[in-house]
Design a protein. Structure first.
Lengths: 115, 114
């Protein structure tokens, strides 16, 4: 157990639907990062939050949005889903900003399948 | 955009041999990190080397960093079957405090043969 909790582990949904992926960071970490991993694109950075505030945005589609709540958990919302959105979605956390950077701690991911 | 590129894309070696993977990147960095991913699982942080360091060891892992060539290598000595996984380098680009995302390469798939 890495300390970063992602739910659900698996999600199967139809095109056009909306889903919410949830992430609880490791205790004490204020930064949360979302990544998308697909076979042909590798690990793509989507978005970062630090203590509730958006810090950096990557290749995140307009159909996707995220937020970090006061208890530091984060949610990634994916809407109007397309077949190409099928991928592994990872959340990671770090203590960056409050302590020297020792690397990210990753959750075990959510496997999204759009049918 | 991809910052780091690992080489080779795939590597198969006999158990007990050493495995070397390389990573090249494009921009100046604060640090470079290596991660391991077992099939379909989350990434596990292996080692971080800062831009002012040239070499770092952790158990059977040895990482080097050459900032003049913008490259790094990961050496796994005396490989074991459990080392079979994908290995990713990730760079922390030099820049503003607010934007501290790390950028991953596409990884090297390492297969240890019995």
């Amino acid at each position: 157990d890495s300390g970063v909790t992602q739910t659900p582990k698996h999600l199967i949904t139809a095109t056009g639907q909306r889903v919410t992926l949830r992430c609880s960071p490791r205790s004490g970490d204020l930064s949360v990062y979302w990544y998308q991993q697909s076979l042909d694109q590798g690990l793509q950075f989507l978005i970062q939050y630090y203590n509730g505030e958006e810090r950096a945005k990557g290749n995140i589609l307009e159909r996707f949005s995220a937020q970090q709540f006061p208890d530091l958990h984060s949610e990634l919302n994916l809407s109007s889903l397309e077949l190409g959105d099928s991928a592994l979605y990872f959340c990671a956390s770090s203590s960056r900003g409050t302590a020297p950077n020792y690397g990210y701690t990753f959750g075990s991911g959510t496997r999204l399948t759009v049918v | 955009s991809q910052q780091g590129e690992e080489d080779p894309q795939a590597l198969s070696i006999q158990e007990g041999e050493n495995a070397t993977m390389n990573c090249s990147y494009k921009t100046s960095i604060n640090n470079l990190q290596w991660y391991r991913q077992n099939s379909g699982r989350g990434l596990v942080h292996l080692i971080l080397i800062r831009s002012n360091e040239r070499e770092k060891h952790s158990g059977r892992l040895r990482v080097t960093l050459d900032t003049s060539k913008k490259s790094s290598s990961l050496l796994i000595t005396a490989s074991r079957a459990a080392d079979t996984a994908s290995y990713f380098c990730a760079t922390d680009p030099e820049g503003g405090y607010r934007d501290d995302k790390i950028i991953f390469g596409k990884g090297t798939r390492l297969h240890i043969l019995p």
